[in-house]
Write a protein that binds this ligand. Structure first.
Ligand code: RIB
Ligand code: CA
Length: 325
């Protein structure tokens, strides 16, 4: 009898700010990984709303996981939300069921530290502003050597979305980005230059609706509302399904190509605050690095996505979990 294929399921702790694409990340993580816990951070909507949305996602898709609320504001900056993108609640669009779950009384920072210390080799997957993760690193630096890595959605190598230079998650808390990219852990970055390749459009909404389950129809309505808001702002009915990329980079690394690069973040620029600077120049030798701005590669910069594979993986995860409620 031949050896069975080794299907190692990665153990994942998801830190998020639902938003529909965070919900997509949760479903993908639950289906293809071992989702050990979910924490929330103020971002797309205020903390209370994104926590409700995370609980609703777990309820709708039958995901047995606790949700731990975290920081409701960035390390230094004033809070920033995205009602023009996701609605005031963060979950504009579908009619949603009555919430039957409650958040944990254990806060996100304490939960993340305790969970990482109890089990080496977890993947931290943040898909919102990095405030919670930065707080964890500052309060418990030992976590850097205990995690398998930090795979985050945020930043960009080619222009922003909330500003011309900065991607939303990075702009909300640039100081937190700096703590994370400098911490010394294995860092995997899914920025807009990658995540825009995971196309979200009316065709994806239609394919989700065709699955017919409660969960699939919720995703279809979330996406259509997201596209309607884009159209209201004079933008195309097309975007990136950003957050599941950070999960797929862990569960299906063969579907997302990456290159080790030096990455830093602008904290002071009037026009460029929150901009992630991905140095894609050919790496110089010691002589070529003597007096320049060069630094060692500190991030695995994800740059090429197998779109058809990732899109199907998402649809398959929704098909598998979408009938739970
Ligand atoms: O810029 C895209 C990111 O900002 C995604 O994580 C989305 O959910 C929002 O948080
Ligand atoms: Ca997000």
């Amino acid at each position: 009898m031949g050896a069975s294929a080794s299907t190692t399921r990665q153990r994942i702790l998801l830190d998020c700010d639902p938003g529909h694409d965070d919900a997509a990340a949760m479903v993908v993580a639950a289906h293809y990984g071992d989702l050990v816990g979910v924490t929330t951070v103020g971002g797309n909507a205020p903390l209370a709303d994104v926590t409700t949305n995370a609980l609703l996602t777990a309820q709708i898709f039958g995901i047995d996981v606790d949700v731990h609320p975290g920081c409701d504001r960035p390390l230094v900056a004033e809070p920033l939300n995205a009602p023009e993108v996701h609605g005031v609640s963060g979950f504009a669009g579908p009619s949603l069921p009555t919430l039957e779950r409650t958040a944990s009384t254990v806060g996100a920072i304490e939960y993340i530290i305790e969970t990482i210390r109890a089990e080496d080799g977890l993947w931290l997957v943040p898909t919102g502003p990095l405030t919670n993760i930065a707080m964890v690193i500052r309060r418990a630096p030992d976590v850097v050597d205990r995690v398998a890595g930090i795979s985050f959605m945020g930043g960009s190598a080619e222009g922003g979305n909330r500003t011309a230079a900065a991607e939303f998650n990075a702009l909300v808390d640039p100081e937190a980005v700096k703590v994370v990219v400098d911490c010394g852990a294995r860092i995997v970055m899914s920025g807009l230059d990658l995540t825009r390749q995971f196309v979200v459009d009316d065709r994806l909404a239609d394919d989700l609706a065709a699955l017919g389950s409660t969960g699939a129809l919720v995703f279809a309505d979330l996406i259509r509302a997201y596209l309607d808001k884009a159209e209201e702002r004079g933008l195309p009915r097309r975007g990136g399904l950003h957050d599941p990329c950070a999960v797929l980079a862990v569960t299906h690394p063969e579907a997302i190509e990456r290159t080790a690069r030096p990455v830093d973040v602008e904290l002071g620029g009037r026009l460029t605050r929150g901009m992630t600077v991905v140095d894609r120049r050919p790496p110089a030798n010691a002589a070529g690095r003597s007096s320049t701005d060069r630094r060692d590669a500190n991030v695995e910069h994800c740059h090429t996505l197998d779109h058809d594979r990732c899109r199907q993986l998402f649809l398959d995860a929704v098909a598998a979990l979408g009938s739970a409620s």
